[in-house]
Design a protein around this ligand. Structure first.
Ligand code: AMP
Ligand code: MG
Length: 314
């Protein structure tokens, strides 16, 4: 299976890469034609940079201008795992096509044995965004990917259902400051204890778009999704249905534990969207205070066409 996947690149085909977060659509970073194919197949704009996947820290070091000690600390603690580090790139190794002309590169070492073995066997880091059409829900099983790229000639590496279920936490490193560019299951709760006294962690302000992963709409299911941050009473639900022009909204229930909720979020969203005219999900506002829910809340904010924050007044 592995050797035919390596062979697939030589035949000009992309390889679907299983990781613990979501499935990726991969190409070696030194093959511009294949990299371009990622953007074409996904219908992804070229201004959206790709994350580069490595099999170990040594390979990561070859991609950057400098490997600061804080990166070493984070990599030791969380790699392989769902954390992407954004660092100044080594321009001889990482092209502008991958980074959309930015002078930084996002790097991750995934915690999935198929992915690690494959990257090692290819011998070159792999650029891989999520294996879905641009702006749509990310795939957490091989079946999701197959349904999205039906008629496309891509090679599928099956790694079973994704255990994390939402995309990696992305952290930019500049001097003594870590900036959370995208929330994920590695939250400030896990990151902060690793920081020294003179280092700080900040959140990227949503007003400033660094890359399109931070734009308003992303991860969207095929039917409208309404995100309730206040209890959805029957009256409120009826009003919202009228407002958005659907007859009924089906509830997207999430497990109480953040880790499990992240794991099932996208697959539940996809399954329900197949049978419903519209979906709604309710997560109480108080969960904003819990770092472990931030990744899930971020995805629902972007996947929903409407957020309801005010209680029913009628
Ligand atoms: P995905 O499509 O899930 O693989 O995520 C890719 C996202 O990673 C992009 O949309 C960006 O938000 C982010 N990203 C990748 N590279 C960089 C970078 N050099 N600087 C900032 N964000 C980046
Ligand atoms: Mg994506």
């Amino acid at each position: 299976m592995m050797s035919s996947a390596v062979e697939a690149f030589k035949q000009g085909r992309l390889v679907v890469l299983p990781t613990e977060t979501v499935y990726g659509l991969s190409a070696p970073i030194d093959q511009p034609e294949l990299l371009k194919k990622i953007f074409t197949l996904k219908e992804r704009p070229f201004f959206d940079p790709l994350i580069v996947h490595v099999h170990d820290t040594e390979q990561a070091k070859s991609l950057v201008a400098q490997w600061p000690e804080i990166a070493e600390r984070l990599a030791k603690a969380f790699w392989p795992g769902p954390l992407t580090l954004v660092l100044e790139k080594n321009p001889t190794q990482v092209s502008d096509l991958i980074t959309s002309g930015l002078n930084t590169v996002g790097i991750r070492c995934p915690k999935h044995k198929v992915a690690l073995k494959f990257i090692k066997e290819v011998g070159v880091p792999l650029a891989a965004p999520s294996a879905n059409k641009f702006g749509k829900t990310s795939p957490t099983s091989i079946e999701h990917v197959q349904s999205e790229f039906k008629e496309q000639d891509v090679y599928y590496l099956d790694g079973g259902p994704c255990q994390v279920g939402i995309e990696s936490t992305i952290v930019g490193i500049k001097g003594n400051t870590l900036t959370v560019l995208r929330s994920g299951v590695i939250s400030e709760k896990e990151l902060k204890p690793l920081l020294k006294d003179n280092e700080k962690l900040v959140y990227h302000s949503s007003h400033e778009v660094v890359a399109p992963g931070q734009v308003k709409h992303h991860y969207m299911p095929n039917v409208p999704l309404v995100f309730f941050r206040t209890h959805p009473t029957d009256n409120l639900l009826k009003e919202v249905c009228k407002d958005i022009g659907v007859t009924q909204l089906q509830s997207l229930e999430l497990p109480h534990e953040a880790e499990i909720a992240a794991r099932v979020l996208y697959s539940n969203m996809r399954d329900k969207a197949k049978r419903a005219k519209g979906l709604y999900c309710y997560i109480d506002k108080s969960k904003d205070q819990d770092p472990q829910w931030l990744g899930i809340i971020d995805r629902l904010n972007k996947a929903s066409q409407l957020q309801i924050t005010e209680p029913d007044q009628s």
